[in-house]
Design a protein around this ligand. Structure first.
Ligand SMILES: Cc1cc2nc3c(=O)[nH]c(=O)nc-3n(C[C@H](O)[C@H](O)[C@H](O)COP(=O)(O)O)c2cc1C
Length: 221
């Protein structure tokens, strides 16, 4: 698989099979992903790879919280700016409208937030979740580094025939996650990434993208 194919075929998969992921593949991917760039080569991320019994227990605890309507732990960083305006708000609304429809959660379902949180808490059935933490001392530049790192991980997973779903929703239950992985208090959870083989036969929608003219300006060409 070349890089274009990896980029093109990566998408947020929300239905995984329970086929286990060999640990050697995870080691190969995470070892290669360490080549991701970071400003000043700080490599500010720390990843906890959780699978097997500990992941089952974490999913159970997070799902219980979600189904109980738990609003989640106090956020350490806002998922989105409070005053999201156009064009971002339009893109967000369009994506939100279609995101969970294929999984059978309708827009007007009063239980929608609870169901979405519960689906996320089960990591969509993925047998592995990577939890990416950053040292609390890190600033916006290093959060950007962590994004580049995770995209590198997700593209390498494609080369191994695996899929992924980045999940900021885990930060809702960050205290439960931190207890499960034993992260020290100096680290803040950025997001989880569900990893596994895609479950076959589950319909999904291809998300759209803004026209290049909206997001790219060529100067001097
Ligand atoms: C940092 C980050 C956090 C995300 N958090 C979630 C999440 O909590 N739950 C979810 O279902 N999707 C999550 N997504 C996936 C996005 O919704 C998805 O990437 C976007 O809609 C584009 O779709 P695509 O990745 O399938 O192309 C997240 C993506 C990123 C980059």
């Amino acid at each position: 698989m070349n890089v274009y194919e990896a980029v093109e075929s990566r998408r947020a998969v929300r239905a995984f099979s329970d086929e286990p992921v060999p640990v050697e593949i995870l080691e190969r991917v995470l070892s290669a992903a360490a080549r991701a760039p970071s400003s000043g080569n700080l490599q500010p991320w720390h990843v906890y790879v959780v699978t097997g019994g500990p992941l089952a227990e974490l999913k159970r605890r997070a799902t219980d919280r979600a189904l109980a309507g738990d609003p989640g732990d106090e956020r350490e960083y806002p998922m989105y700016p409070a005053d999201l305006t156009s064009p971002y708000l339009d893109r967000f609304t369009a994506a939100a409208a279609q995101r969970y429809a294929t999984l059978g959660i309708e827009r007007d379902d009063p239980e929608r937030p609870k169901k979405i949180a519960a689906l996320n808490a089960g990591a969509f059935g993925a047998p592995v979740v990577l939890f990416c933490y950053l040292d609390r001392a890190m600033g916006p530049g290093q959060w950007g580094d962590a994004g580049m790192y995770l995209q590198t991980v997700m593209l390498l997973l494609r080369a191994e025939g695996l899929h992924s779903c980045p999940q900021v929703m885990w930060t809702m239950f960050r205290k439960t996650v931190t207890q499960a992985v034993g992260a020290d208090d100096g680290r803040a959870l950025f997001c989880g990434v569900a990893v596994g083989f895609e479950k076959e036969g589950v319909p999904h929608l291809r998300t759209g993208r803004a026209d290049m003219a909206e997001t790219v300006s060529f100067i001097g060409v």
